[in-house]
Design a protein. Structure first.
Length: 342
């Protein structure tokens, strides 16, 4: 089965072709980071317009790179939500228009399900069941995953997600956008003893998260500086921030594994590329005797490959999941735990 995947939920346009026999045949991705950089964050209208410009050229690129013809596709999967409404509409319209033209069925995919399943694209994929820490830009969630469509929410953020805290704290330090990679790089040069920031909900009796207070703590440290912050002081604050957020994420993952008795942990989403988080989780895995799985670095951010793969997995379980109904709609707000087993 050959599935075309289309991702356009926010500021990356991604297309991919996944074959259930041969694996990932081709994928292409365009990031809008440079365009949004001067605004300090994603501008929804600009994002939507750029998806329109990029979608068709990327579509042609993946077909050229894969060497297959358009009519060889068996189904088209697209991100139906959650995300920016205008951006989602671009991907949905391309998918449904192409489906109509080629007489191929289409299938709407939950964006976060794509992230959850993306580690299965790795050369050594995890087996079900596993605990998944989903840490993308606007989401921080711990899930128990028993199979495709079998997701149980264990804990989630009560306010800012980890990715949001990274971006907002980086902005407070004058590091620009996107803030996550910038603050992580600066933290490498920081003194871990210079500042001590709070570990929100570290000792709570649940698996929920809260990072708004950590961002506020960074703001307080910055405001307490009587002179302009030098680069070393920025690095010290960045180190304190990263250490705090990594400690909380690691502790919650270990607790989730202990409570469920599972021994496999999957990390998905953009923050999963963070090297400090990976190092902390790898150390915990060695000490606590569990195994941790990560998506390939190129699949940590939004991409078409994860959507094509998620579509293929769903269609293998239920070939009738895709429909020849091209009157599309999108779901900007769509809770992951509302997704049910096929």
């Amino acid at each position: 089965m050959l599935v075309l995947g289309i991702e356009s939920s926010c500021d990356e346009t991604g297309l991919a072709l996944y074959d259930t026999q041969r694996g990932l045949l081709a994928h292409a991705l365009y990031s809008q980071v440079k365009m949004h950089e001067e605004y300090g964050g994603v501008v929804p209208e600009l994002a939507s317009r750029d998806h329109i410009r990029r979608a068709i050229p990327l579509l042609e690129q993946v077909f050229k790179d894969s060497g297959v013809q358009h009519d060889a596709v068996d189904a088209i999967a697209y991100t139906q939500g959650p995300g920016l409404a205008g951006a989602l509409l671009v991907g949905a319209s391309v998918a449904c228009g192409l489906g109509l033209a080629l007489d191929k069925p289409v299938l709407g995919i939950h964006h976060l399900e794509g992230h959850l399943l993306s580690p299965l694209l790795a050369s050594e994929p995890p087996e079900f069941p596993f605990i998944a820490l989903l840490v993308s830009g606007g989401h921080t969630q711990l899930m128990r995953v028993d199979g495709v469509g079998q997701y149980t929410m264990l804990g989630e953020t009560l306010d800012d997600a980890a990715g949001e805290a990274f971006d907002k704290s980086a902005k407070l330090l004058g590091l620009g956008y996107p803030g996550g990679p910038a603050i992580s790089r600066m933290a490498e040069f920081g003194d871990p003893t210079a500042y001590k920031l709070p570990r929100p909900m570290l000792h709570s009796k649940n698996l929920d998260f809260s990072f708004s207070g950590l961002k506020t703590a960074v703001l307080t440290v910055v405001k307490n500086q009587t002179t302009n912050i030098c680069e070393q002081d920025k690095a010290n604050i960045a180190r304190a921030f990263v250490d705090a957020i990594v400690e909380v994420l690691t502790a919650k993952c270990v607790t989730a594994l202990k409570h469920t008795g599972l021994k496999r942990l999957v990390i998905a989403g953009g923050v999963g590329a963070n090297q400090q988080l990976r190092a902390s989780l790898n150390a915990a895995a060695a000490k606590k005797h569990f195994k941790v799985f990560y998506p390939e670095l190129e699949f940590c951010t939004d991409n078409g490959a994860m959507i094509a793969f998620a579509g293929a997995m769903r269609l293998q379980l239920n070939p009738d999941a895709a429909k020849r109904d091209y009157a599309f709609n999108v779901k900007p707000r769509w809770p992951l735990d509302s997704i049910r087993e096929i």
